[in-house]
Design a protein around this ligand. Structure first.
Ligand code: AMP
Length: 195
């Protein structure tokens, strides 16, 4: 099973990806997590990406495409994977298609979490509060000002992917404003894993 989760920041992609990991036993490939790990480890990629991420802008296609191409060749991806936060530009969408084609693989579905923008800032603020309460580090880009920039980047560069995948008849939308269990239920139903 190879899936893409699409939606603006704060839509719940990470939460749903974790649930899919448990159900399908395939890894969540979050380019955001991979980039944050690179920043923490101060790798050359991390050093390049840090300022861009802190500003809420997108890291270059070349960097993220290379990270993903390397990651999908790891043995734990043999049965499939969930792409969370990638692709985020049309160039990345073309790149993932080429990567899969080179390996004789296809995508099973692109799931869009459809959400109301106005609710998203509140979710991000809550995510930061929850992390703080749990004694976990708070993401630098989880604050209202940077969030606005992340949302602008989404509409400018990522939202066109909705049309791209719709035209390929691969797009499936779920109501991302429903509660977490209900969203999972909708995704299960789409993937033919309903109870
Ligand atoms: P996320 O955890 O998915 O919200 O990503 C956090 C940040 O990492 C984003 O705001 C971008 O700066 C960067 N990032 C993550 N995934 C990508 C991607 N596919 N393309 C470009 N930048 C990305």
């Amino acid at each position: 099973m190879r899936l893409i989760l699409l939606g603006p920041p704060g839509a719940g992609k990470g939460t749903q990806a974790q649930r899919l990991v448990e159900k399908y036993g395939i890894p969540q490939l979050s380019t955001g997590d991979m980039l944050r790990a690179a920043v923490a480890a101060k790798t050359p990629v991390g050093l390049k990406a840090k300022a861009v991420m802190d500003a809420g802008e997108l890291v270059s296609d070349a960097i993220v495409n290379a990270i993903v191409a390397e990651r999908i060749d790891q043995p734990d991806c043999a049965k499939g994977f969930i792409l969370d936060g990638y692709p985020r530009t049309l160039a990345q969408a073309d790149a993932v298609q080429a990567m899969l084609a080179e390996r004789g693989l296809t995508l099973d579905a692109v799931i869009e979490l459809v959400v109301d923008d106005k609710a998203l800032v509140g979710r991000i603020v809550k995510r930061a509060e929850d992390a703080r309460a749990a004694g976990q580090p708070v993401r630098k880009d989880d604050n209202p000002e940077i969030f606005e920039e992340r949302l602008r980047e989404y509409y400018k560069k990522t939202a066109p992917l909705i049309g791209y995948y719709h035209a390929k008849a691969m797009l499936k939308g779920v109501d991302g404003m429903a509660n977490i269990d209900a969203v999972s239920g909708q995704i299960d139903a789409l993937l033919g894993k309903g109870h």
